[in-house]
Design a protein around this ligand. Structure first.
Ligand SMILES: [Fe+2]
Ligand SMILES: [Fe+2]
Length: 291
């Protein structure tokens, strides 16, 4: 057992299949240093079969209709009320069985991210955002497939950018056969704003929806778009963006450093940190939240 939460873990631990960890590690490697487009492609070719298969499933199944159905199912927040700690402990059921001694639990990844933000003297709302950012991965525990929870995100309902990782896997996406969805703007107006764009479904959009009433725009953009690498790393989809989106992108980029690169630090001590986070949650959030 590698959890340090104060209350008991749910009885049934669900193993986190190696692919989910692999996907995060793949992202970390992909964005390690200033790589050219060509270097990204070369790196992608070295992806493990598990990662490649993951992207294939993601790109083939994330259609506009799929996304609209998942938004209807989850964005209405019908999964019950939970405190942030309860949500974190729920997420912590996802454990990596491949190497329990060295791999971080989900809560430890959240705390490493938020603690790194805190160490650098960023505002408290950003520390909070660091802690919250991956809580949407509980979608896995609601039964969603991993390709529908993690990985890069991208707009659906318009042409796919070549800057999306493994763009060749869109060949078998059924939206390929809907010409109205294959134009530059698809179902959108020029510069309609990302808030009006349907993103491929995953943990980012879900946690942003859960936190929407409570956090400032900067934080909501960090939550909603932290996996939108084609946009924040590659500059794609500018034609859908407003000036607000462009201003917010700076915050997403600031946040992304902590998500990708805080893993080397020592394991956070939850018992020591808990009082700080109790105060932080109370400052911004009601006692329980609709999920
Ligand atoms: Fe994430
Ligand atoms: Fe993360």
């Amino acid at each position: 057992m590698n959890t340090t939460t104060a209350s008991t873990l749910p009885e049934q631990e669900q193993p986190l299949s190696p692919e989910m960890e692999e996907w995060d590690e793949f992202l970390e490697g992909r964005y390690k240093e200033g790589k050219s487009k060509e270097e990204f492609r070369v790196y992608d070719k070295t992806a493990t079969p598990g990662v490649a298969e993951f992207y294939r499933l993601n790109h083939e199944n994330q259609t506009l209709d799929y996304v609209l159905a998942k938004e209807a199912e989850y964005f209405t927040l019908q999964k019950g009320q939970k405190t942030v700690w309860e949500a974190a402990e729920f997420l912590n059921q996802l454990v990596d069985d491949s190497d329990p001694d060295t791999d971080l639990t989900q809560i430890e990844h959240l705390l490493q991210t938020s603690e790194a933000i805190r160490r650098d003297g960023h505002p408290r709302w950003m520390v909070l955002t660091g802690f919250l950012h991956d809580l949407g991965k509980c979608l896995c525990l609601y039964g969603e497939p991993q390709w529908g929870v993690v990985g890069d995100t991208f707009p659906v309902g318009c042409a796919w950018s070549e800057d999306i990782v493994f763009p060749e896997y869109f060949a078998n996406n059924p939206d390929r056969n809907r010409p109205e969805l294959q134009t530059k703007y698809g179902i959108y107006e020029p510069n309609c704003g990302l808030e009006n764009v349907h993103m491929s479904f995953g943990h980012d959009g879900y946690i942003a929806k859960v936190m929407n009433p409570y956090l400032r725009d900067e934080a909501l953009y960090m939550l909603q778009f932290h996996s939108f690498y084609p946009w924040h790393r590659h500059g794609a989809y500018e034609h859908l963006c407003t000036d607000k989106d462009r201003a917010m992108k700076e915050w997403v980029l600031k946040f992304n450093q902590y998500d990708l690169y805080s893993k080397g630090h020592s394991k956070p001590n939850l018992t020591e940190l808990k009082p700080y986070y109790d105060d932080l949650f109370a400052e911004f959030l009601p006692p329980t939240i609709a999920w």
